[in-house]
Design a binder for this molecule. Structure first.
Ligand code: CA
Ligand code: CA
Length: 198
């Protein structure tokens, strides 16, 4: 090899090394970023669900369990209403001599996620609709938004249901056996479908 050729090769290698050094210094070489940690699941939005209604009739001093399936609930409110019969209903006339004593109703709720609550029976105001309401909140387990999903048990507590009694003390009463009620179950739940978590 001619001396000049060797010189040119050595010079070329030198220029290449210098270019690499300059490229490194100028940032042309990028060091690969460390892998990002797994993203924490974001909390899905909470949306109200259509109320669920139930109706029934209870005997005095009994409990009646209602089972319902709720979809990823967070807050659940159950409202029970009842209307006692007018004074004198089903009694010997004159109706005006009879007074229908109040009926007593309460509630218990038991669901997944330690969602429990109870409300002792309370009486309706004489001649008016009775109502009792109970709310519970699901204790979400970490980021398990479906903690409260599944079957819930709601118990109707029917307490003392006052009879039709005569206005005059000491006179026999007339059994009030009409203990019908209406139930509304309202809740808000995680919108899992919108988050693509189904
Ligand atoms: Ca009644
Ligand atoms: Ca009554």
């Amino acid at each position: 090899m001619h001396k000049n050729d060797r010189t040119m090769i050595i010079s070329g290698i030198g220029v290449t090394i210098l270019a690499l050094v300059l490229a490194f210094v100028m940032g042309s070489f990028e060091v690969a970023a460390p892998p990002a940690p797994p993203a924490t699941p974001s909390e899905p939005s909470i949306v109200p669900s259509a109320p669920i209604t139930q109706s029934g009739t209870s005997d005095e001093n009994t409990e009646q369990v209602i089972s319902v399936s709720l979809s990823n609930p967070v807050n659940v409110t159950v409202t029970l209403t009842w209307t006692d019969e007018p004074d004198g209903t089903g009694c010997p006339p004159p109706a005006a001599r009879w007074v229908n004593q109040p009926d007593n109703f309460g509630l218990t709720i038991e669901g997944p996620g330690n969602a429990t609550g109870s409300q002792e029976p309370v009486p309706n105001t004489h001649g008016q609709q009775g109502s009792v309401s109970l709310s519970v909140t699901v204790r979400i387990n970490g980021t398990d938004w479906s903690t409260g999903d599944g079957e819930w048990s709601i118990t109707v507590l029917c307490g003392a249901c006052g009879d039709q009694t005569k206005w005059r003390p000491g006179v026999f009463g007339w059994v009030d056996s009409g203990n019908a009620w209406e139930m509304s179950i309202e809740y808000s739940g995680y919108d899992m479908a919108a988050e693509g978590n189904t």
